[in-house]
Design a protein around this ligand. Structure first.
Ligand code: NAP
Length: 313
């Protein structure tokens, strides 16, 4: 990279899937002059040191943010308030402070009261992830062609919003700006509700009587295994999502229950037309996602079948 880095010093607080992916991408693309990282546990800090991705690993959040012009909290939503309180006295004037939390209203409420005048707070949510977590799980390409939603509070500094947007675009993301409340409503239906459904189905299957656990696992390619990927997501992160986006999730859950009742009724009455019409509409949504490049057109998420003649496991 030949052009000047966007930021002089990037401080990453938390180094799991998201923090680690930002670090890898920012390093590869030269988006920051220096990248300093810290994490809560000595084990994670030691692992980050071993990985050798960032320029410095430091012991404390205060040391990490010292002199940084971009600070990103890459930690569970519920931890953002206390960490904001801790770093507030150490932030450099003019610094941009952001986060990557999957819920935005609660983060805004928890962090904003602690951040001093002259520091620009621009919350963000990269809508990209996997079911893996921890310092080894990140990769530089995670954000490429994914969306990053910025939710600046009213009256936020426009230059700071633009600069953070440029950083995320640099990582390959598309950037959109919206209010925190709208973000939470949209994500309740596109992310939080699907996770809740996956968590429910997987535990329902686990507790079934009349079908053995080994049958559930053996015949999982019938659909179940795709839910298990989502239901394997980090329990701390998802506990915090449901605790902090309660209202929007309950609203979407109400809509979902109504639709589920309609389908239940159609099945009970043997109403094939209603079922067919419903499934045709949902098929069109899948095609729309592929059309706008948010997933691959390849069947079964691009999983390749075993070669003909290969020995079954
Ligand atoms: P992760 O891989 O589990 O990493 C979490 C990091 O936060 C670790 O470095 C952990 O430190 C640190 N941490 C945990 N609890 C903490 C606490 N109470 N105080 C301070 N640090 C703490 O998680 P992640 O998937 O990167 O998620 C981080 C954030 O990104 C969450 O807010 C999540 O909502 C958001 N997000 C996640 C995804 C996704 O798909 N995973 C997608 C978009 C946004 P130790 O390792 O030392 O414990």
């Amino acid at each position: 990279m030949t052009s000047a880095p966007l930021f002089r010093k990037l401080a990453l607080i938390g180094f799991g899937l998201i923090g680690g992916s930002i670090a890898r991408g920012a390093k590869a693309l030269g988006l920051a002059g220096e990248i300093v990282a810290t994490a809560r546990s000595p084990q994670t800090r030691a692992r980050v040191q071993e990985l050798g991705i960032v320029d410095r690993v430091v012991e404390s959040n205060a040391e990490a943010v010292d002199g940084a012009d971009l600070v990103i909290l890459c930690i569970p939503v519920g931890a953002c308030g206390p960490v904001a309180q801790e770093i507030a006295p150490h932030l450099a004037p003019g610094a941009i402070v952001s986060d990557v939390g999957s819920v935005k209203g609660a983060v805004l409420k928890a962090m904003a009261p602690y951040l001093p005048e002259g520091v620009h707070f621009v919350p963000a949510h990269p809508v990209a992830g996997t079911e893996n977590s921890g310092p080894d799980s990140g990769f530089a390409e995670l954000f490429v062609n994914r969306w990053c939603i910025l939710t600046p509070p009213e009256g936020a500094n426009a230059d700071a919003v633009d600069k953070l947007g440029a950083f995320w675009r640099g990582l390959g993301a598309n950037v959109e700006v919206m209010t925190a409340d709208h973000h939470d409503l949209v994500l309740a239906v596109t992310s939080h509700l699907p996770h809740l459904i996956a968590y429910t189905i997987v535990s329902t299957a686990e507790e079934l009587e009349g079908v053995t656990q080994s049958e559930v696992l053996k015949f999982s390619a019938g659909g179940f295994r795709d839910f298990t990927r989502i239901a394997a997501s980090d329990p701390t992160m998802w506990r915090d999502v449901f605790l902090t986006n309660k209202d929007a999730v309950l609203e979407m859950l109400g809509e979902f229950q109504e639709d589920l009742s309609k389908l239940t009724r159609a099945i009970r009455r043997g109403d094939g037309d209603a079922l067919f019409e419903h499934f045709s509409r949902t098929r069109a949504i899948r095609r729309g996602i592929v059309q706008i490049g948010q997933d691959d057109a390849a069947a079964d998420f691009g999983r390749r079948p075993k070669q003909l003649g290969a020995k079954a496991e």
